[in-house]
Design a protein around this ligand. Structure first.
Ligand code: FES
Length: 270
């Protein structure tokens, strides 16, 4: 843009914006879907029941760290945490901060909820609903979004734990005791969930940086270059993984919950 064009005064347009398309459809849909997930996951975390339908463990309760867990992940349990008013804290609250903060600080979700919940701005070429002036993510609390790069390491630990859960979902308890190999619909649900969550985690911008984004001379680091190229291709699909993994984690909990409550029967394939 020339200096002349930059200093030219804006034309006197009275309308707040000139968009005539359904610009509101995307932020509205995002607000409904994200809001529904937040409501459902909070409700599920408070339930403190029906998260274990052997051999399936809900991802909202994995790893299950409390001594009161129906299925203690590491063979021992932490003492239960009791809070005023709330009472005994569900085991979900001991771990959900990890994946929760990872998603909350995700670059893609930031754009999604800045637009849909804060209308800041709701879409391109629309005025920002926040009138206080744009400060980006340079001040508290939004400056904390920069810790996303460290939360990525936490998210990788959760992928390892959920993969282990999916492996255990191949070991069905026998009526006479012990366990046997098997595959049920729940096994497939858990594997689909962990694959989508891994796709989301490893397509993260921070992962791309860790794998090779910080390298100055790629010709001196050919392995990192190949890895960076692979993650870059994955990174292009990050929004898709963000939504698919959001649905998969919620639906996996719902499936295991319904099986545990006896509302549906898990179909054994093998
Ligand atoms: S940018 Fe979305 S998870 Fe890192």
């Amino acid at each position: 843009m020339s200096v002349q064009a930059a200093t030219r005064p804006r034309p006197p347009i009275a309308a707040p914006h000139l968009r005539k398309d359904a610009w509101w459809a995307l932020p509205l849909t995002t607000a409904i879907v994200l809001g529904s997930f937040i409501v459902y996951s909070t409700w599920a975390a408070f339930q403190n029941a029906h998260y274990w339908a052997p051999p399936y463990l809900s991802p909202f309760y994995s790893p299950c760290l409390s001594a009161r867990c129906l299925h203690v992940t590491f063979g021992y349990g932490l003492p239960e945490v009791q809070l005023p008013i709330i009472g005994v804290l569900s085991p979900a609250f001991l771990i959900l901060w990890g994946p929760g903060l990872f998603r909350l600080t995700c670059y893609y979700y930031r754009k999604a909820y800045y637009r849909s919940f804060w209308l800041s701005p709701p879409a391109c070429a629309l005025p920002d609903a926040q009138r206080g002036g744009y400060s980006g993510e340079t001040r508290f609390p939004l400056v904390l979004q920069n810790y996303h790069r460290y939360l990525w390491y936490v998210a990788v630990i959760f992928i390892a734990l959920l993969t282990w859960d999916a492996v255990l979902a191949l070991r069905f308890p026998k009526p006479a005791g012990g366990a046997e190999f098997g595959i049920g619909v729940g096994t497939l649900v858990m594997w689909a969930n962990v694959i989508l969550l891994a796709g989301y985690t490893f397509s993260c911008h921070s992962c791309r940086h860790v794998c090779g984004g910080h390298v100055d001379v790629f010709s001196k680091a050919p392995t990192r270059y190949r890895l960076w190229r692979f993650i870059t291709r994955l990174n292009e699909q990050h929004p898709t993984f963000a939504w698919l993994s959001l649905f998969s984690v919620g639906l996996t909990d719902l499936y295991i919950r319904l099986v545990s409550m006896g509302i549906i029967r898990d179909l054994r394939i093998i």
